[in-house]
Design a protein around this ligand. Structure first.
Ligand SMILES: *Cc1c(COP(=O)(O)O)cnc(C)c1O
Length: 336
């Protein structure tokens, strides 16, 4: 596993901190809970897409492209970090947003990540839920080519083998940090969506023979599909790194019990998790991913899923900017 073989541009602040959460640990009375702060990657308020973009944007530059095109949900953290990366590298950026939740709230449609897309100089186009977004990206690419530009399409969430290298890198970073701190990691838990984060982590942790299991908490797809997506991408990423077969199917585990009514749709558990982290550790989660991921972790701890002697690392994947797209939900739980 030698990542220097792949082109990479530096976009983030690494290593991100690995910290204890003593107040949350005490509140829940279960295992010791730690947090890996990938919400602190530094690029446009941070998040997990920064690591993927270091490899994706390097690939785009190496191919001589001048415009990146990507897509996501309206409150896409991936789109926002892509817009910021393009700005930093002097490239143009076109963003296609799918209204997966069907929300018409002005906050959801114009604040949070959407506001930042525009501040970073990226135009956005919005499409109704169910639009074939890859075909729409192709249309935009064709239009750019017809004007003499060189487009580079980044798949949703940056989740292809090149993007997943960013999370192979995170696995190396995490294990090195834990070794330095003499911290034995028994579990890594994080929110999973387009699968690149978990795929890269599993390839890295398995490649190191760390024996650290990863549990993805689903935010969209049902379990069989989510695990299949992660496993396929992990295999393709291992192939790219010339280590075919590095990941056994049973090392890919997702729990999709915390999705609720659908992608991006708030759940009571998410709201509780966001409030708990904000009020015990002073840490902001997000409504779509890390809030549901933490809701899953909290519930599993309450159900006794982990031993109290174990150490669990929650990978914070970022996204707190999205809170501003959901402020009516949180207003309803404000203290008085
Ligand atoms: C994209 C995203 C995820 C999910 O990561 P995937 O690699 O798409 O599975 C989790 N948390 C946040 C905040 C994200 O923006």
């Amino acid at each position: 596993m030698h990542l220097a073989r792949f082109p990479r541009v530096r976009l983030g602040h690494f290593p991100t901190p690995l910290e204890a959460m003593p107040n949350l640990t005490k509140l829940l009375g279960g295992p010791k809970v730690y947090i890996k702060r990938d919400d602190c990657t530094g690029l446009s308020s941070g998040g997990n897409k920064t690591r993927k973009l270091e490899f994706l944007m390097a690939d785009a530059l190496q191919k001589g492209c001048d415009t990146v095109i990507t897509q996501g949900a309206i409150q896409s953290n991936h789109a926002r970090q892509t817009a910021a990366a393009a700005a930093k590298l002097g490239m143009k950026c076109r963003i296609l947003l799918e209204n997966r939740t069907g929300s018409t709230s002005p906050d959801y449609c114009g604040s949070g990540n959407v506001l930042l897309d525009h501040i970073h100089g990226a135009p956005t186009q919005t499409f109704p839920a169910g639009t074939p977004m890859n075909a729409e990206m192709e249309k935009v690419a064709e239009e750019i080519r017809s004007h003499g530009g060189k487009p580079y399409i980044i798949v949703g969430g940056g989740s292809n083998p090149i993007g997943a290298l960013g999370y192979v890198n995170c696995a190396l970073e995490l294990v090195a940090q834990a070794n330095d701190m003499s911290l034995r990691i028994d579990h890594v838990v994080h929110a999973t969506g387009s699968a690149g984060t978990q795929a890269g982590l599993v390839v890295g942790l398995e490649g190191l023979r760390s024996h650290i299991p990863v549990l993805g908490i689903g935010t969209r797809a049902p379990r069989p599909l989510q695990e299949e997506n992660i496993y396929k991408l992990a295999c393709a990423t291992a192939d790219l790194m010339d280590m075919p077969g590095a990941v056994a199917r049973e090392r890919v585990v997702a729990n999709t019990d915390y999705v609720g009514a659908g992608y991006g749709v708030p759940t009571d558990g998410m709201v509780e998790a966001v409030n708990i982290l904000a009020r015990t550790e002073g840490i902001l989660l997000d409504p779509v991913y890390s809030g549901k991921g933490m809701a899953g972790l909290i519930d599993l701890i309450r159900k006794g899923h982990f031993k109290t002697s174990e150490n669990v690392v929650f990978l914070h994947t970022g996204g707190s900017v999205g809170l501003f797209g959901y402020n009516n939900i949180f207003d309803a739980t404000r203290p008085n």
